[in-house]
Design a protein around this ligand. Structure first.
Ligand code: SAH
Ligand code: SF4
Length: 433
């Protein structure tokens, strides 16, 4: 979501500004922030502090802090860091050109724009993508979240769930495809509940079917899926829709029904495992990834063991595991049975050790298979691409293959990526689209 927001920032500003990756060259530095856990929030302050010395040398430099920390802290950022000129929330991105113009005109002005509209609709941004070498991109289909999982700050900083009209979504996909994008990931905090509040909108499975028909689109993915709303019709899209990749990120958060209940996730261990079974039946090759939290308040050793055993049952290709981090305003931050940091670290290390074994086994099984790979980038060491199952593949080859789909034999599996080689004369059967 943040990557997409950064892209939109670059896109709305490209008429007036040029992108640079060198901060000392910049006239404007925008820092996009995440407040999902305490650690990224802390990083913002140290990063902004580092840019202060650039401003000492170049007083006209504009420093802006955007994203969820900006939304959460608002005016407090301006108070705490007098050299920050602009604080802007996720719902103010489209106003950036105007705000930066005001700031350049009035050197002493400082702006805090953190609106939180109930039915905020993401404005469509016209104009080309900020980086013409991109081969895949995100398209947001909804904003905000109504689920209020007890650990999560998202509903407070991103507002209520609103779905973007299907016409705007399909038009944005068509536009990025016309600029050379091959792969689109549909984004939302809970894409499975797309359109539920708007009777005239298609549901998420229908939206996927509409996107699948777009000429020139080769790959479709989506994230994030809440397990409670994973419908039978969505499960059936896997293996049926040509562009839909055989990968699903399905955050479980915990393997213990007791913890899931306290997290307010509204599914239990059995319900989750049943959905995994259904998915594997509908699409045996599907690769699954997940998010999980260790050390949630009150998580006993037994609950933790339930998480480990669930990992062994599901056999994810990859997991993103986090130590529980209390967030301001959330219910779980007030729970009294918080787990100490040392214990959280031990559990995290144990989860990651187990997953290393499982992931290696899953990756190893891909050795000697043939995979369709979309080549995403090239550097001195070679090419990098991704399988439909979302595994990263490194290979040798000409850099003009970037943006192409090629058939690759997987030669060797590492624990997080694969090495492969192009199969000579293997013409990829391209659908007639
Ligand atoms: N909407 C997505 C999650 C978005 S947040 C979903 O419902 O699955 C991404 C991940 O950050 C979550 O899946 C969760 O594992 C983690 N996370 C969220 N809040 C957290 C917290 N307070 N402490 C630790 N991890 C957290
Ligand atoms: Fe946060 Fe839960 Fe909403 Fe995901 S579904 S964004 S974890 S409140």
């Amino acid at each position: 979501m943040n990557e997409y927001d950064s892209q939109r920032m670059a896109q709305v500003l490209q008429q007036d500004y040029r992108l640079t990756i060198a901060p000392e060259e910049a006239d404007v530095i925008l820092i996009n922030t995440c407040s999902i856990r305490k650690k990224p929030e802390n990083k913002v302050y140290s990063l902004v502090g580092r840019y202060k010395c650039l401003k000492d040398k170049k007083p006209d430099l504009i420093i802006g802090v955007g994203g969820c920390v900006a939304q959460q802290e608002g005016q407090r950022i301006l108070e705490r860091m007098p050299y920050v000129d602009l604080v802007f929330g996720p719902q103010a991105i489209h106003r950036l050109p105007r705000m930066l113009e005001d700031l350049s005109r009035n050197k002493t002005a400082r702006i805090c724009a953190t609106p939180m509209e109930k039915d905020f609709e993401i404005p469509s941004i016209k104009g080309p993508l900020p980086d013409s070498s991109m081969v895949r991109t995100f398209v947001t289909i909804m904003q905000g979240c109504d689920n209020f999982c007890t650990y999560c700050i998202v509903p407070f900083v991103r507002g209520r769930e609103t779905s973007r009209p299907p016409g705007a979504i399909l038009e944005e996909i068509r536009r990025v495809v016309s600029e050379g994008i091959k792969e689109v990931t549909l984004l939302g905090q809970n894409v499975n509940s797309y359109g539920k509040k708007n009777k005239e909108f298609p549901d998420f499975a229908e939206l996927l079917r509409l996107a699948d028909r777009i000429d020139g689109l080769r790959r479709l993915r989506f994230t994030t899926s809440h397990p409670k709303d994973l419908s039978e019709s969505l499960i059936n899209c896997f293996g049926q829709l040509e562009t839909l990749c055989e990968h699903l990120h399905l955050p479980v958060q915990s393997g213990s029904s007791r913890v899931l209940k306290r997290m307010n996730r509204r599914y239990d261990r059995t319900g989750y495992l049943t959905k995994v079974e259904r998915l594997r039946k509908a699409c045996p090759d599907i690769s699954l990834t997940t998010d999980l939290i260790v050390g949630f308040p009150g998580e006993s050793e037994r609950d933790f063991q339930d998480t480990l055993s669930l990992l062994k049952i599901v056999e994810y290709d990859q997991i993103f595991a986090f130590k529980y981090s209390p967030r301001p305003g959330t219910r779980a931050a007030e729970f009294e049975d918080q787990i100490d940091e040392e214990e959280k670290s031990r559990r995290l290390a144990e989860v990651l050790d187990l997953q290393r074994e499982i992931g290696s086994k899953r990756f190893k099984a891909l050795e000697n298979t043939v995979q369709e790979v979309l080549i995403e980038s090239a550097d001195q060491t070679g090419l990098k691409g991704r399988t439909r199952g979302n595994h990263v593949v490194h290979l040798k080859g000409n850099k003009n293959l970037v943006g192409k789909l090629v058939m690759i034999r997987i030669d060797k599996a590492g624990s997080h990526s694969l090495q492969g080689s192009i199969i000579p004369n293997h013409a990829l059967q391209l659908p007639n689209k």
